[in-house]
Design a protein. Structure first.
Length: 636
């Protein structure tokens, strides 16, 4: 499991491919976004709501996991099943956790072996340069999993003068975190690498007992780019994750709750892409040919012995041509994707061992038109031929109008499709779950209206959204009669999600910024029951202060999660119960001191209020913790 990371470290190099070569700006509204269309475009020209988290913000917050940063993004709800390294789910605008597509340097990163969800608990932040979040329907651009939105993780690259960075951190729960990165190059080539190791002794995940559940996470990245001329470039990127985490099993006989037990999960993930680009970015035509690869291997251990496993791999071959037409841009793309799924386990009442595969061939059209300097509209469509399901057509229409230099209006409408997961169709867990091969894809129609307004030093964002979801899949439908196992079904009727997002940022002065977000979400299934683990009210507050000519910085961040529903499965024969989880505040404080251009000292405290809340029923949240460390930077 360690060999792929050792190979990456030995190869030693990292660059972001062309898809991630975004121009950065101190003013988010002027940034170039690489995820909102098939080609990079200004955020002011996009009808969807966009949030960008820069490297500077990541370092000021000192968050070691990306999921912790996403709590402050409007429309996002994060559910963490206990301690560091345990399952983490992210939902956007009331959608399901597998309705959010994650890209890592352009590679689809959702795991088919774990229900098409992205493994957020394995995404550390050390080598990340930028996070782009595009909310709303994006299936016409990026396919299945993009019903609720897209999160694009763009890793750090080597460019310009040689640069080297490293940090070392330690603290509560026997936590030790270390990382190194390096990069160098010029306009014609770039080269770099990153390596991070995070270990923690953990804390007790269950309500009872005193056993600590530890975790270990190692991440390696390597990227390279060669551009011998201004019309031709070749790029390569790869990322390998090796993870181990302990957790507590559920006592199905007495309490129905987690209890101290010797169970653990081991996983490796590999992302890679190789591409070539022909043509200038501002030329009449530009061509892009790429191959992308994803692989995951997941093992469940009981008393140190493997109990079950699942694995998947996905290969995508893609071609795209960008054609400029009298100031407008037409992008034509074709993709072929092959996904394989494997499950292994002990034969008890039936045989869970199986191998499955699915092929998808897609044709994509994305047209961007500019009417004057202030009005931009986009039309996108995607046709998919699926080996296992009927052909589908999804679309999106987006409009952005800069009414004045201070005011912008946005509108977005789109349709989406989410294919059933391999687990929902074929998964088998003796005595508890049997898949349903007859499931049909979920279909959605989404609407969004937004306004961005700048008033002096205050910037305001307001969005209203709605999504209608047909054939929603209930992935754990349990019959009344026992011992018939639970299964997955398409629910009749239409599920609805709607709400409002508010974001505000106030530049108090040259040395202080205050930001706040609030989201109201009304997510109901076809029976008008509130969807699980989606708070109706959520928000965040953040104050950023800088002193002594920016040598000292303080960031106070408070994330609020409102009450939400969850489900409790008591021991048989008692039926399942819907329970309510209480609201909570997570308050963090970080401080940095720039000792010199090379050396920075930092400290952070997390969950300072020592909130004892649960984000998932029965699983405790880690308590108050304190960390400190040193960061070195040469040539950055």
């Amino acid at each position: 499991m360690k060999y792929p990371i050792a190979l990456l470290a030995a190869a030693g190099a990292a660059v972001v491919p062309p898809v991630a070569s975004a121009v950065q700006s101190d003013e988010p509204l002027d940034q170039i976004i690489v995820t909102g269309a098939r080609t990079p475009m200004p955020a002011t020209s996009l009808g969807s709501a966009v949030t960008v988290i820069t490297r500077d913000e990541i370092e000021r917050r000192q968050s070691r996991y990306v999921a912790d940063l996403l709590r402050a993004v409007p429309g996002f709800a994060v559910s963490h099943s206990g301690v560091v390294g345990s399952q983490t789910q992210v939902r956007v605008r009331g959608s399901e956790a597998n309705h959010v597509l994650v890209l890592i340097d352009g590679v689809r990163a959702n795991d088919p072996a774990t229900g098409d969800e992205f493994r957020w608990e394995y995404l550390a932040s050390a080598d990340i340069e930028r996070i782009e979040v595009v909310r709303g329907p994006q299936s016409a651009l990026w396919g299945s999993d993009a019903i609720g939105g897209v999160v694009h993780i763009i890793t750090r690259s080597g460019a310009g003068a040689p640069a080297f960075g490293a940090y070392l951190e330690g603290g509560s729960e026997d936590t030790l975190n270390a990382a190194v990165n390096a990069g160098f190059g010029d306009d014609g080539w770039s080269f770099g690498f990153g390596l991070e190791q995070l270990t923690t002794g953990g804390s007790n995940i269950s309500r009872t007992g005193d056993e600590d559940d530890d975790a270990d996470l190692t991440t390696g990245t390597v990227n390279a780019r060669l551009a011998p001329t201004d019309t031709f470039a070749v790029d390569f990127s790869a990322r390998v994750v090796d993870a181990y985490s302990q957790f507590d099993a559920v006592d199905f006989l007495v309490t129905g709750l987690p209890f101290d037990s010797d169970v653990a999960a081991k996983a490796t993930q590999t992302y890679a892409q190789l591409g070539a680009t022909v043509g200038r970015a501002d030329g009449r035509t530009r061509h892009r040919l790429s191959a992308r690869y994803f692989d995951s291997d997941n093992h469940n251990l009981v008393d140190g012995v493997e109990d079950s496993s699942s694995a998947s791999d996905r290969v995508t071959l893609a071609y795209q041509a960008d054609v400029r037409l009298a100031g407008n841009l037409l992008s034509l793309a074709a993709e072929h994707e092959t996904t394989r799924f494997e499950q292994r386990g002990t034969v008890v009442f039936d045989d869970p061992n199986q191998d499955q595969a699915m092929n998808v061939t897609s044709a994509i059209v994305d047209y961007r038109a500019q009417n004057g300097e202030r009005l931009t509209w986009l039309l996108s469509a995607r046709y998919e031929n699926n080996s296992d399901f009927d052909d589908s057509l999804t679309g999106r229409a987006s409009l952005a109008w800069r009414v004045t230099d201070a005011t912008a209006l946005r509108a977005n409408i789109g349709t989406g499709q989410k294919t059933p997961t391999f687990t929902e169709r074929f998964g088998f867990f003796p005595g508890s779950f049997a898949g349903n091969p007859g499931l049909e894809p979920e279909r959605s129609t989404s609407y969004e209206l937004g306004i961005d307004r700048t008033l002096g030093s205050v910037r305001l964002e307001l969005n209203a959204f709605r999504q209608d979801l047909a054939k929603e899949i209930n992935g754990f439908h349990c019959p009344d009669s026992w011992p018939a196992p639970c299964t997955a079904i398409n629910m009749p009727g239409t599920s609805r999600r709607s709400g409002v997002e508010i974001g505000l940022r106030w530049a108090v002065g040259a040395d202080a910024d205050v930001s706040a977000t609030y989201t109201y979400t009304d997510a109901e299934d076809a029976d008008s029951a509130a969807e699980l683990r989606r708070p109706r009210h959520a928000g965040s507050l953040q104050a950023d202060f800088r002193f002594l000519e920016d040598r000292v910085s303080l960031v106070l961040a408070a994330d609020y999660g409102g009450t939400r529903r969850d489900v409790f499965f008591p021991p048989w024969p008692s039926p399942s119960e819907v329970v309510t989880l209480g609201s909570f505040w997570l308050v963090d404080l970080t401080a940095q001191y720039r000792f010199s251009e090379t050396v920075r000292l930092f400290a952070r405290g997390s969950n300072l209020l020592d909130s004892g809340h649960e984000q998932v029923y029965g699983y405790r949240t880690p308590g108050r913790a304190v960390y400190g460390g040193i960061r070195l930077a040469f040539g950055e």
